[in-house]
Design a protein around this ligand. Structure first.
Ligand code: PFF
Length: 450
């Protein structure tokens, strides 16, 4: 069965694809702005704690289900179900994940499209084509619609090509480029005036903030979004992983790459905010809050690049290329979820499934573009704050309570001789059956009632 399905050709390919999914706008845009507005290192500290104590165990749950069942999320959860009720719940959770990830893709592709447009802005200003540059830089419905189409076309192109020739090939090409670009940008920003102050704001913690409930909710949401959890993405990538790989080790590498990248992105963005301040750019909005969200990337940073003169256009090009790469390796993992489901359930040809589903998502994206003010934030909050953690809760319940524990261990022992004596096996089952569900519920109650 596994030969008829796709499989990653190596651990490196798997790591690049999976960390490609994990590392995205959430790391470069979400994490630093969350950290900057939540007490800097206090947020970093809470985030790291939650990422390793809750998000990593949840990631392991998805990877292990995927590799064991070698199927998409819907069929996988149905396979693990032990009776009619759990079968129905499994189908519901799988389908809800599929819908959630498609909606995430519909807003993600808008931001991905902005990044393509800003990259073209940098290129055209380097070439002295000022009118074109202005068009690319001006937020408008025709521009945003066009670049949603471009971004989705790229995503569909990669997913159509399949697991090895599309997802793995492009992730292994793009991810190393991403890391190199990020490091170069960090080094450059460190040389600018104001950067040290930014570093201080990022790395010197304001511990009075650590226990604040708002901070914990944001940090957990950020950790789940960042590791692409709850929606079947990690499950489907796990289903393409060879049985010879040591799962806890590979999963921990993905978590470390993802959190490491967020940390590095913080080293770029937060100092850049302070450099912008030193250059006279407005970094607080009318209410006195730090410019965050889309405003940070598409207004604050461009004004910073502008204030640097000619070299600014080059830096802008590198920065937006970084954003495009990061968002593309994530968007392909999103589209893969409904595509894999359709190919496996209805025996549809992969490229046809990618085109039909990708086009449907594009239509939803365009609806968001045309109704941005009313719909965009609503869809972001619904999918990332409400849906993702709740679905993560159900994945944990499936692994912790429904799936037979000996079977879980058997899957783990593949590629990991002696897993039964490992520290991982001593801790993780308790975490996934008790700690993760309770913690997610606690955060959820907080979110809904406070
Ligand atoms: N992890 C991605 C990011 O941090 O930008 C976002 C993401 C990718 C969410 C894939 C969900 C998903 F299925």
């Amino acid at each position: 069965m596994s030969t008829a399905r796709g499989e990653f050709s190596s651990r490196f390919g798997f790591l690049m694809a999976t960390s490609g999914s994990a590392i995205g706008l959430g790391n470069i845009w979400g994490f630093p702005t969350n950290a900057a507005s939540n007490g800097g290192a206090a947020f970093l500290f809470t985030y790291l704690l939650l990422a390793f104590s809750l998000a990593y165990p949840a990631l392991m749950a998805e990877l292990i289900i995927g590799r064991h069942t070698r199927a998409n999320a819907v069929s996988a959860l149905r396979q693990l179900a032990t009776g009619p009720v759990s079968k129905k719940v499994g189908t519901g959770v799988g389908l809800a994940g599929l819908l959630t990830v498609s909606l995430i893709l519909s807003f993600y592709s808008i931001i991905g499209g902005w990044m393509v447009s800003w990259m073209l802005e940098a290129i055209t200003s380097l070439l002295g084509l000022d009118a074109a540059a202005l068009w690319f830089a001006t937020d408008a419905v025709p521009r945003n619609s066009l670049f949603v189409l471009v971004f989705m076309a790229l995503t569909i192109y990669v997913v159509s090509a399949g697991v090895r020739d599309g997802i793995e090939k492009w992730s292994t090409r793009l991810m190393p480029a991403l890391v190199v670009l990020l490091l170069l940008l960090i080094l450059y920003v460190f040389t600018l005036e104001g950067a040290t102050e930014g570093l201080r704001a990022y790395l010197v913690p304001d511990f009075s903030r650590v226990a604040s409930p708002g901070l914990i909710v944001s940090a957990l949401g950020q950790a789940f979004f960042s590791l692409s959890l709850g929606v079947g993405t990690m499950l489907i990538y796990g289903s393409y992983l060879s049985s010879e790989e040591n799962l806890p080790l590979t999963g921990s590498m993905v978590s470390m790459l993802d959190t490491g990248f967020s940390f590095l992105a913080g080293l770029l963005i937060i100092p850049a905010i302070y450099v912008a301040l030193a250059n006279g750019v407005q970094i607080y909005d009318d209410s006195g809050a730090l410019v965050a969200g889309p405003g940070l990337i598409v207004s604050l940073l461009p004004s910073l690049f502008d204030s640097m003169g000619m070299v600014g256009a080059l830096v802008a090009l590198a920065f937006f290329a970084l954003m495009v790469i990061a968002s593309l390796t994530s968007s392909i993992s999103m589209l893969e979820v409904p595509v894999a489901y359709t190919v496996e359930t209805f025996k549809t040809q992969r490229s046809r499934a990618a085109i039909v589903i990708g086009s449907t998502v594009t239509v939803v994206s365009l609806i968001l573009v045309f109704n941005f003010a009313t719909l965009f934030d609503f869809v972001v909050t619904l999918t990332t704050e409400y849906s993702q953690p709740l679905l993560g809760f159900f994945f944990a319940i499936f692994v912790g309570w429904i799936w037979n524990r000996n079977e879980v261990l058997k899957e783990l022992q593949k590629g990991y001789a002696g897993a039964e004596h490992s520290l991982f096996w001593k801790i993780w089952p308790f975490y996934i059956s008790v700690v993760c569900p309770l913690a997610i519920l606690a955060v959820y109650v907080q979110l809904i009632f406070f």
